[in-house]
Design a protein around this ligand. Structure first.
Ligand SMILES: [Zn+2]
Length: 63
């Protein structure tokens, strides 16, 4: 009678119906890796933008 939903979560990537790598992760093992590498890239980009903003701020303060 009871419809027990399986605890298995499915990867959030559209078109991917694999099980998630761990309980806490939202992606399958494959996409988890892709996501992690993209986070690292985003961090690098954020640092780059941050340093550029800092430079522009320093440049403005100098007259
Ligand atoms: Zn996936």
């Amino acid at each position: 009678m009871k419809k027990l939903k399986p605890r298995i979560k499915i990867c959030k990537v559209p078109g991917c119906h694999k099980e998630t790598f761990t309980d806490k992760s939202v992606f399958c093992g494959e996409h988890e890796r892709v996501f992690n590498s993209s986070v690292k890239t985003a961090e690098k980009a954020a640092m780059l933008v941050g340093s550029l903003v800092l430079k522009s701020l320093v440049g403005k303060s100098k007259k």
